[in-house]
Design a binder for this molecule. Structure first.
Ligand SMILES: [Fe+2]
Length: 172
């Protein structure tokens, strides 16, 4: 191969480009429990990327109980990759299983269930926009978005002594 073919890009990266983000061991699901932010009893998330400028976030969601987790409506698209355990939506007959990918369209309302017998579910979710917690008739009861994720992580990291600023490593 010629030296030109092997040469790194010699130009400048564009002004205002944000820096890249690398999370070593992102799939080491049992590492450093301090990074997992409690969200509800037996439910926690570990941020990988939190984007206030683009309004999306990428996180690992870990659930250590079975039953209905939440019913919610998505304003934006969701990409999920199930890493451990399994889960499903009451509104669909498919089941998300380990190693499987699923796309959730903007506008959909669904009810997430972790079935009995699953001790732990961990799924990577890439969530754009907000999702609104709703009752069975669609009435809003609460919401999540990248900003609630950032606030929760800041509070948790401060409480356990990592420092609220620890969240900044995930911001892009
Ligand atoms: Fe969802």
């Amino acid at each position: 191969m010629s030296t030109e073919a092997l040469a790194p890009f010699r130009g400048r990266q564009p002004f205002a480009m944000v820096s890249d983000l690398v999370v070593p061991g992102a799939l080491d699901l049992d590492a450093d429990d301090r990074l997992w932010v409690p969200q509800a009893p037996d439910v926690a998330f570990r941020p990988l990327l939190l984007s206030p400028s683009q309004g999306y976030f990428v996180n690992l969601l870990r659930v250590r109980r079975s039953g209905v987790l939440s019913r919610h409506r998505h304003a934006g698209p969701v990409h999920s990759f199930t890493l451990r355990g399994r889960w499903h939506y009451l509104e669909h007959d498919w089941e998300a299983t380990e190693g499987g990918y699923a796309f959730e369209p903007p506008g959909e309302t669904h009810t997430l269930v972790v079935p009995d017998g699953v001790a732990e579910m961990i799924t990577l979710f890439h969530v754009t926009g907000s999702y609104v917690y709703v009752d069975p008739d669609g009435r809003a009861t609460g919401y999540e978005d990248v900003f609630t994720k950032i606030e929760n992580a800041r509070r948790h990291y401060a409480e356990i002594g990592l420092g609220a600023e620890r969240v900044e490593e995930f911001l892009r």
